[in-house]
Write a protein that binds this ligand. Structure first.
Ligand code: FAD
Length: 504
């Protein structure tokens, strides 16, 4: 008998979403991630739960409709880390005509079963406050709805929920070999603790940009080239405007960029689209991309955005299915599932493409394949069950903050609010019986306390300072060297303590 029904390779949003769905239906599941959860593409996105207005131009109606429908489903599942965001689209003379924008937004409003998100409205940018940071030439605009998501936290919460339901989630564990046995697979797993083998009835390859790499190196396929890597980069600058709405700007080359309020004090500007052929783990913003984003944003804002305004950049590659499109921005964003294995052979499900927005639907499609191979168990369930910490009313975030503050009146309000945003109702597990900030244990800076670090290590698979500062939170934007060193030494002390404890 195999060790598990399903072995999932990759702890990005797709792998973790599939793990949650599969274990909740009753399959035994193991997930192996070579690095940290969300250390691949799933922490490098623009962080939008969106239909993708521009994909309408490429006639991707199936994808846009499914994505639009998912906005409110996901918001309800995780109203702490997902929230509505209004986008301002200025009409620019000489670019897409106003009637085309209006038609696109009409479709956007009506394709996807919108119930809570407000509809599109027309703006007079000469009088609306969102017009103030923009150059004088932009007089007319449109405002429409999408949602924001803390992308890497969404991954961690899916992994946590999967583990709570019985899945084995292994980080820092690379799948280095895959071999068919009589009726299943034998996989080789490599981690800092050593090498081990695991048997599984079915394997899901959710390795994102590395999906072909897994096929080549672990499964021995030399002829594989299914994925088109398209680089996208972002810059983070000190805040350019002082309101809670985001902008979507059209550029003369037909592309669009976003400028989004980010982490209270910053503006996130991105993204680019360029083909990429290097190692996906080493991708970094290029000079050309930086110049492009600075110039594109400065076309619109009164304030020129300069290189010295940049406080952080990040870059990732979209693992798109290679549909032969000539331009990077035209390659399909839809996902494609490919089943590998003949009639009597064990099966491998390979995943190409996809978006964070559609991860739950992608998981349901993968589960249909799994059911066809291993036999059906359970029904689709993930859309109506909150993720950890998300069990409060969809529009009840301020109520949650007020309740947490009332039960912990001596804890700094900004700390309570940030914990509520990150952990939802689970913030109570961190706040415990704390009456003041000091009761949360050692402070590491930027509001990060020992109690939060302990929670992240014990409950969210964090092991390194980077996991905590850049993927479970974005406190890295505010951390200094001494805080970082203190956190690193605390974590290594804890790891040594654990090892000593385990050895006893
Ligand atoms: P990944 O997150 O890359 O996960 C794959 C994982 O597999 C990695 O963590 C990797 O370490 C692991 N792995 C690889 N090989 C092995 C192995 N041998 N053993 C074990 N583990 C292995 N989508 C949206 O919905 N909204 C957006 O706003 C948005 N913006 C984007 C902007 C940019 C610039 C980019 C690049 C993408 C954007 N996307 C967006 C798309 C979205 O980010 C991706 O589709 C999604 O994150 C892909 O998730 P994944 O799980 O397939 O891949």
């Amino acid at each position: 008998m195999a060790d598990v029904d399903v072995l999932i390779i990759g702890g990005g949003i797709n792998g973790c979403g599939i793990a949650r769905d599969a274990v909740g239906r009753g399959y035994s599941v193991m997930l192996a991630e070579k690095d940290d959860l969300a250390s691949g593409t799933s922490s490098w996105s623009t962080k939008l739960i969106h239909g993708g207005l521009r994909y309408l131009e490429h006639y991707e109606f199936r994808l846009v409709r499914e994505a639009l429908q998912e906005r409110e489903v996901l918001w309800r599942m995780a109203p702490h880390i997902i929230w509505p965001l209004r986008f301002v689209l200025p009409h620019a003379k000489g670019l897409r005509p106003a009637w085309l924008l209006r038609t696109g937004l009409f479709l956007y409003d009506h394709l996807g079963g919108r119930k809570l998100l407000p509809p599109t409205r027309t703006l007079n940018l000469a009088t609306d406050r969102t017009g103030a940071p923009l150059k004088g030439g932009f007089r007319r605009g449109f405002e429409y709805s999408d949602c924001w998501v803390e992308d890497s936290r969404l991954v961690a919460l899916n992994a946590r929920d999967a583990a709570d339901r019985g899945a084995t989630v292994l980080t820092r564990t690379r799948v280095t070999g895959l071999a068919r046995t009589g009726d299943g697979w034998r996989a080789t797993l490599q981690s800092p603790e050593g090498i081990r083998t695991v048997t599984a009835r079915l394997v899901v390859n959710a390795a994102g940009p590395w999906v072909d790499d897994v096929l080549r190196t672990a499964a021995g396929r030399n002829d594989t080239r299914n994925v088109r890597l398209v680089q996208g980069s972002h810059i983070v600058v000190r805040k350019v405007f002082d309101h809670d709405r985001a902008y979507i700007f059209q550029n003369a080359d037909g592309r669009i960029i976003f400028a989004i309020p980010y982490e209270t004090d910053f503006t996130l500007i991105g993204t680019t689209d360029r083909d990429y052929t290097g190692d996906p783990g080493k991708v970094a913003i290029t000079e050309e991309e930086t110049a492009y984003l600075l110039a594109a944003a400065s076309e619109y804002f009164v304030k020129e955005i300069r290189r010295e305004d940049i406080v952080w950049t990040y870059s990732g590659v979209r693992p798109l299915y290679d549909d032969g499109a000539s331009k990077a921005q035209e390659a399909t964003r839809d996902y494609v599932l490919k089943l590998d294995g003949g009639e009597s052979e064990a099966k491998l499900v390979n995943i190409f493409g996809g978006k964070i927005t559609t991860y739950r639907r992608l998981a349901e499609s993968v589960l249909e394949k799994i059911e066809g191979i291993l036999g059906a168990k359970g029904k689709p369930w993930t859309g109506s069950v909150p993720l950890p910490g998300g069990d409060f009313p969809v529009e009840g975030f301020e109520g949650l903050v007020a309740a947490l503050q009332a039960s912990h009146p001596g804890v700094t309000p900004a700390v309570v609010r940030r914990l509520a945003r990150a952990y939802g109702t689970k913030a109570r597990d961190i706040l415990g019986t704390a009456r003041t900030d000091a009761d949360l244990g050692r402070p590491f800076g930027a509001g990060l306390s020992e109690a939060e670090v302990r929670y992240l290590v014990d409950r969210e698979f964090a092991t390194s300072a980077d996991d905590i500062l850049w993927r479970r939170s974005k406190l890295g934007l505010r951390f200094d060297r001494s805080g970082l060193e203190a956190l690193e030494s605390y974590l290594s002390g804890r790891a040594t303590g654990h090892a000593a404890h385990a050895a006893q």
